[in-house]
Design a protein around this ligand. Structure first.
Ligand code: C2E
Ligand code: MG
Ligand code: MG
Ligand code: MG
Length: 298
């Protein structure tokens, strides 16, 4: 089964959208069981430095291959179908803790293989930032793994939960002091304005793929992508473009001043073992030089 072609297939979407509370309870119970049984997996999608064309890190993306009997289907359930349920049903913090632990363990494997500058990006929810003990958990996991916090990135989707929440802002400050990079994900699709981004200690901004994909074919999209990148660079942020699908997309984003590219043009998300193999494969991405484990830091 292919985890990367599952999107949209799942009936969970319809059930979820129809607000069937019985189904949501069932799904929540299955999510909880999956956390406890360790049946989630983290896939990795490479991020490429647009100056050197070398891999500079990867984004961890959760995958759930469901083979139980209690839901209407079996197979890969896309995160867009279960993350919102985990958030609504009070399970996201538990899930995120698993993701962080796993991502740090994989980061340690990358380090052991010599990828000293490889960054690992982890998606977290606004609800995690507000949860009791979140900062302490992160700090303890980083310490226990004996890794440097400055290779860890937390991607946070812009959300209203954070903006006016003093406690959340304090946690963001603490994480930043620890050395973790906070990245604002899916920029351009939600609430966040440049003013908001510039006032918080975010260091990175990810331009949403709807403005990146086929950016050369649409004047409006191009204007939005270019303006966003230039403004973010002007504010001193590292800029990542998600959804790079072609050489043309890459060329334009580089021309706008974007630092890092991510998208199917380089690779789809892969199981961690496949990713390790992919990294050693010289014909993998667009690298003019062999990767050879010699990574350029972001
Ligand atoms: P995201 O953080 O914006 O992640 C990028 C999504 O775009 C991923 O979908 C990735 O597979 C997809 N993508 C990357 N490049 C391309 C491309 O060139 N074309 C297309 N069509 N798609 C591309 P995925 O893995 O299905 O994840 C969807 C969303 O689910 C993520 O969006 C993120 O918000 C959430 N998510 C995924 N993993 C986690 C997790 O561990 N924790 C939390 N809280 N959320 C997660
Ligand atoms: Mg993300
Ligand atoms: Mg994103
Ligand atoms: Mg996105």
């Amino acid at each position: 089964p292919d985890a990367e072609n599952c999107t949209g297939k799942w009936a969970v979407y319809e059930e979820f959208q129809s607000d069937n509370s019985g189904y949501r309870l069932k799904l929540a119970a299955e999510i909880n069981a999956a956390i406890e049984q360790g049946s989630f997996e983290l896939y990795h999608q490479p991020q490429v430095d647009l100056k050197t064309m070398r891999v500079c890190g990867s984004e961890c993306l959760i995958r759930w291959h469901y083979d139980g009997e209690n839901l209407s289907e079996q197979g890969f359930i896309p995160p867009t179908a279960f993350i919102p349920v985990a958030e609504d049903m009070g399970l996201i913090n538990k899930l995120t803790r698993w993701v962080i632990k796993q991502a740090i363990a994989q980061h340690s494997v990358l380090l052991a293989q010599g990828y000293k500058h490889h960054m690992v990006s982890i998606n977290i929810s606004g609800k995690d930032i507000c949860a009791e003990g979140f900062y302490e958990y992160v700090a303890a996991e980083i310490e226990a793994a004996e890794i440097a916090a400055n290779k860890i990135v937390f991607e946070l989707t812009e959300s209203a939960t954070i903006t006016n929440n003093a406690q959340a802002l304090e946690v963001i400050e603490l994480l930043t002091e620890l050395g973790v990079t906070i990245s604002i994900d899916d920029f351009g699709t939600g609430y966040a304005s440049m003013a908001y981004v510039s006032e918080l200690p975010f260091k990175e901004l990810k331009v949403d793929r709807q403005f990146v994909q086929d950016v050369g074919d649409d004047k409006k999209r191009r204007t939005i992508a270019e303006t966003t990148v230039r403004m973010a660079k002007g504010l001193g942020l590292e800029v990542v473009a998600e959804g790079i699908n072609s050489q043309k997309d890459e060329n334009l984003l580089r021309q706008f001043g974007c630092d890092i590219g991510q998208g199917y043009f380089y690779a789809k998300p892969m199981a961690f073992d496949d990713y390790l193999e992919w990294l050693t494969d010289e014909v993998n991405g667009r690298s003019p030089e062999p990767l050879e484990g010699e990574f350029i830091s972001k």
